[in-house]
Write a protein that binds this ligand. Structure first.
Ligand code: FAD
Length: 353
């Protein structure tokens, strides 16, 4: 059988393919719309000994000003198939499908499980990588299995949810297996008729006083509207729109670290806020740490800034270099560590640094 070929472009600007909008070019670039093209692109990289980077929707990336010297494969695999199984609907979704479009589809089908993850930008294939989460739900709660192209063994494989080793903002794909797997399809088990998850205080507040419990659709709309108020929904008219979402993870502390944080806070007459959603494992709010280390929303440093709506989102005000975003990140990390003894860990993926 003839081998599939794929169009390879050269010196392709990556900034427009990301939500933050910074960084240089890909030396080689291919868009893979099906598994054969994935294999062909991987072969192109292997034959030339090129490093390979997998691009989804570009919503969690900081591309370096130098760009990427190897091959970028943009995953454009589409399709949503569904079948009933054990009281659930199993959705098998191509990695290139727009995530929020899929959430809208599942909610319209009356299926619960991912309604609180409405409004997160990016692709379906990007969601397992950092186990996306918001408003009390994490995608790992509904992922049944994945199809990947294993770049180490040059073959397609199925991985179970257990294989993916999901934890808070962590999985196989951004830890020990980083760079090894290209996700081609994800299978989600969603439950028809399941009531919406209202675990998060913002959501409970939104519906307080309503006579009837909200529907999945109303919950989706509420999440999107709360996100819009925080600049966490991409809106072309919003001056804070160029971001990678939260720039830092909420730190997970040991009991001793947490006690030290509480001691430092009370020495300053402050109380560390506790949110039910963050309390397991002493997870503390990174936004609170940033705002109590000398920064405020709207803080500007050259073409980089802290969003005027959310202390955790670093934004490109227009024309920023990646180095400016990194300088602001470094300044915040230094101040938080100096003030609280806690090193904030960035959430986005740094590419080509
Ligand atoms: C405004 C805004 C709000 C956000 N809100 C949230 C939020 O509430 N919760 C949250 O968790 N995240 C949030 N994010 C971050 C981001 O949207 C998610 O992490 C998203 O899932 C990233 O998907 P992507 O397709 O854009 O991946 P990309 O940004 O393209 O890539 C991110 C990483 O995933 C890898 N990757 C992508 N696709 C594949 C694939 N098919 N196979 C293998 N690896 C792949 C890339 O190599 C890279 O390492 C937000 C971002 C923005 C800009």
């Amino acid at each position: 059988m003839p081998r599939e070929t794929i169009e390879i472009r050269q010196n392709v600007p990556l900034a427009p393919l990301t939500t933050l909008g910074v960084g240089g070019n890909a030396r080689f670039f291919a868009r893979a719309a099906n598994p054969d093209e994935v294999e062909a692109a991987a072969r192109f990289a292997q034959d030339r000994n090129l490093r390979l980077f997998v691009l989804g929707g570009g919503s969690n990336l900081v591309i370096s000003d130098r760009g990427w010297e190897g091959l970028v494969i943009a995953v454009g695999i589409g399709g949503i198939d569904e079948r009933p199984s054990d009281g659930q609907l199993v959705f098998e979704v191509g990695a290139g499908v727009d995530w929020d479009g899929f959430v809208a589809h599942s909610v319209a089908q009356g299926c619960g499980g991912i309604e609180c993850l409405s409004g997160i930008p990016g692709s379906v294939g990007g969601t397992p990588v950092q186990n996306v989460g918001a408003y009390g739900q994490e995608v790992s709660e509904t992922i049944l299995s994945l199809e990947v192209f294993d770049l180490g063994e040059n073959r397609f494989r199925n991985l179970s949810a257990a294989d993916c080793r999901f934890r808070y903002r962590t999985s196989l794909f951004n830890s020990t297996g980083r760079g090894r797997y290209l996700i081609t399809r994800v299978r989600y088990g969603l439950t028809p008729g399941k009531p919406p998850a209202l675990r998060y205080r913002d959501l409970q507040k939104h519906f307080a006083g309503c006579e009837n419990p909200p529907t999945l659709q109303q919950t989706r709309e509420a999440v999107r509207s709360i996100r819009a108020g925080k600049g966490m929904l991409i809106n072309p008219d919003d001056p804070d729109r160029r971001s990678a979402g939260s720039f830092f993870k909420n730190p997970v502390l040991s009991s001793a670290q947490h006690a030290e944080l509480v001691r430092r806070a009370s020495a300053r007459g402050l109380e560390v806020p506790s949110y039910p959603a963050l309390e397991q494992q002493h997870k503390v709010s990174a936004a609170w740490l940033v705002e109590h280390s000398g920064f405020r929303k709207g803080y500007v440093k050259g073409n980089a800034a802290i969003s005027s709506k959310h202390a955790l989102a670093l934004v490109n005000r227009g024309g920023a270099a990646a180095s400016e975003m990194v300088a602001l990140k470094d300044e915040i990390q230094f101040a938080v560590e100096h003030t609280w003894g806690i090193r904030l860990e960035p959430e986005p993926v740094f590419v080509g640094f």
